[in-house]
Design a binder for this molecule. Structure first.
Ligand SMILES: CC(C)(COP(=O)(O)OP(=O)(O)OC[C@H]1O[C@@H](n2cnc3c(N)ncnc32)[C@H](O)[C@@H]1OP(=O)(O)O)[C@@H](O)C(=O)NCCC(=O)NCCS
Length: 161
């Protein structure tokens, strides 16, 4: 298993767009093709938003994105770890952790001091524990992009070197 920037594996953009659509967007007005085009746009180079894909040989098994302005109510905070996802059959193997580490490394390399995320609506307590164990800390509640209450978490980035 390895973690690669999506621009090195552009062929996986449609499937990771499908994961994102199924997990986060299919009960909204956003259609699959819009999500697919957003991920295809990330296959050109390593600029933000930058997605990473976990691959097991030719098979994609997980994804994550580093992006700006993910939470519209907290545009004072940047950048954000977003869209962390591992396929159900490959969970609890550390793939999620490896994806989080890839985004931490990239954000630190780009010179940011801190990284942020907000918790999804499904089982936020478990997710808060998951990230807390990895060194993230909850910094306060906010409204998510659907107007629902969410928790913002922060990670202090190491200096690149
Ligand atoms: C959240 C998510 C990305 C985690 O992915 P994952 O690959 O299972 O994550 P990890 O393997 O790093 O860790 C999961 C658990 O397995 C444990 N684990 C890690 N490596 C392990 C290993 N080699 N053997 C056994 N267990 C292991 C971790 O300690 C962790 O335990 P915890 O749930 O008690 O904290 C995944 O559950 C998912 O895609 N969920 C749906 C989308 C989602 O909620 N995304 C987050 C949005 S904020």
């Amino acid at each position: 298993m390895e973690i690669l920037p999506l621009h090195l594996r552009p062929e996986h953009a449609p499937v990771i767009a499908l994961w994102a659509y199924d997990e986060w967007y299919n009960d909204r007005s956003l259609d699959y093709d819009t999500v697919r085009r957003a991920f295809l746009a990330r296959t050109k180079d390593d600029s933000l938003p930058q997605s990473f894909v976990a691959v097991d040989g030719p098979v994609p098994v997980g994804m994550v994105t580093l992006k700006l302005d993910d939470l519209w109510t907290r545009k004072d905070l940047n950048p954000w770890l977003s869209s962390l996802y591992v396929v159900p059959g490959r969970r609890n193997e550390g793939i999620g952790h490896a994806l989080v580490c890839a985004v931490i490394s990239r954000a630190a390399y780009l010179g940011y001091d801190s990284l942020y995320l907000f918790l999804g609506q499904s089982d936020p307590d478990r997710l808060e524990r998951y990230y807390s164990e990895k060194g993230w800390r909850a910094i306060g509640a906010a409204k998510d992009n659907d107007g629902l209450e969410t928790m913002v978490m922060m990670y202090s980035l190491p200096r690149p070197g």
